[in-house]
Design a protein around this ligand. Structure first.
Ligand SMILES: [Zn+2]
Ligand SMILES: [Zn+2]
Length: 414
């Protein structure tokens, strides 16, 4: 397994321009899953990341999850700055309640009527897609969700009001690839029942359009980016199969494929499923597992112990297991922002980069892997075009609208 191959922290003096040449030559010849490049985190930030076709160079975040960052929203990656806590707008509430993320949204996006009169406050960012952000809002014994358009800085309304206050960690939400719906997973409200509910909301009317109760509370889900809102992948969705990955049709909740084993569940690993998502092109599904428990009882001990990260990769059409990459990373899977262990993807979608540590050095290493991509001319052209052009420039290419959308990985099927 490639992740174990790195040695030491020295990668010589190779500059970003030779990275491009080297990588493009290698990527042509390499088999799928091959290691295409490695460098230190410093080199990654100073040109190697960009040269390898990655936009994301923020790979570490010292913020706490569910406080400053949420699993779907990292304030470091979004470049939010800590706003002045002593500004007037906050005087009506205890300052120590505020977190960077809540502060930013309450200050910039929440109508005064909601925060100061109804006393709702921002608990976290539940999910976002492009310019739409869904916020988790709470008040004593009440939960609801707020929709914001960050491009026009407009608060678009609330939905999903519940007569109970949820912890951040039990909720999960995702806006569908077409931007029209939001699916939320909330605990089932019947007492003595460990079940969870999936609720699908129309973001325009803000009404619930479908719901289902799932048998296990550990289920994660992700929408298939090739389909507007009609298909998603979910773990532990099927009765009697709690370590499974299912492909499901939204609204009818029909399961059309199930892989009964998401990870190897060796008891020594104590793996916890942290995230589930599709590749940009929808052909792969990634499940990220991190060893259980806390590595940061006091702040100094954070670098003493590493967590084991496993990236399991499945076929997006059949749910069949394709590959697994395992690595060590000095972080805490329970308390620190997931940015510290989640892989990132190149602009063309055919390369994955991970940040890891080995046992000999404290250096942060980056490794870039080649992902399998579907055969076919259309897809190969997309990869090539995206490797040659910046994503901002795609819209300006002299191509028909549908092709531009294809290049932007917009849904192809209803
Ligand atoms: Zn973060
Ligand atoms: Zn911890």
């Amino acid at each position: 397994m490639g992740a174990q191959e790195s040695k030491g922290g020295s990668y010589g003096l190779m500059g970003p321009s030779s990275v491009v040449a080297n990588m493009n030559r290698q990527a042509q010849l390499a088999r799928q899953w091959a290691l295409l490049h490695q460098c230190s985190l410093e080199q990654w930030k100073h040109g190697h990341g960009e040269a390898a076709g990655f936009k994301e160079t923020t790979m570490t975040c010292s913020n706490l999850v569910f406080k400053d960052c949420s699993p779907t929203f990292c304030t470091s990656r979004q470049g939010l700055i800590n706003i002045n806590k002593h500004s007037k707008g906050f005087s009506f509430r205890r300052k120590n309640k505020f977190t960077k993320m809540a502060e930013h949204f309450e200050y910039n996006h929440i109508p005064a009527q909601l925060s100061s009169i109804q006393n709702f406050h921002v608990k976290s960012v539940l999910c976002y897609r492009e310019n739409t952000v869904v916020l988790h809002l709470v008040r004593n014994m009440n939960t609801m969700f707020g929709i914001i358009d960050i491009s026009s800085n407009k608060f678009l309304g609330i939905f999903g009001k519940q007569m109970v206050e949820f912890f951040n960690s039990v909720l999960r939400g995702e806006i569908t690839p077409d931007g029209l719906y939001c699916m939320i997973k909330i605990p089932g409200l019947k007492t003595g029942n460990n079940s969870f509910q999936f609720q699908l909301y129309d973001l325009k009317t803000r009404n619930i359009v479908a719901q289902i109760t799932t048998p296990y509370d550990t289920s994660l889900f992700a929408f298939d980016p090739r389909f507007c809102s009609s298909r998603f992948a979910a773990t532990s969705f099927v009765q009697g199969e709690d370590n499974s990955l299912s492909l499901v049709r939204t609204r009818s909740w029909e399961v059309f494929a199930t892989n009964p084993r998401v990870d190897d569940m060796r008891p020594s690993n104590h793996p916890v499923l942290k995230d589930l998502f599709f590749s940009k092109d929808g052909y792969l599904i990634f499940a990220i597992m991190v060893t259980d428990g806390c590595n940061c009882k006091d702040r100094k001990s954070r670098r003493l112990q590493s967590v084991d990260v496993s990236v399991y990769i499945f076929n997006g059409d059949t749910s069949q297991t394709l590959h697994c990459i395992q690595y060590h990373r000095y972080t805490c899977g329970q308390h620190l922002c997931p940015v510290n262990y989640l892989p990132v993807f190149s602009q063309c979608g055919s390369r994955m980069a991970i940040l890891l540590n080995d046992s000999e050095t404290a250096t942060d290493h980056i490794q870039v892997y080649k992902l399998p991509t579907p055969l076919g001319l259309q897809n190969r052209c997309r990869i090539r075009i995206l490797q040659q052009n910046l994503s901002e420039d795609i819209e300006k290419l002299p191509l028909p609208g549908r092709l531009i959308q294809y290049l932007q990985f917009k849904p192809e099927y209803p």
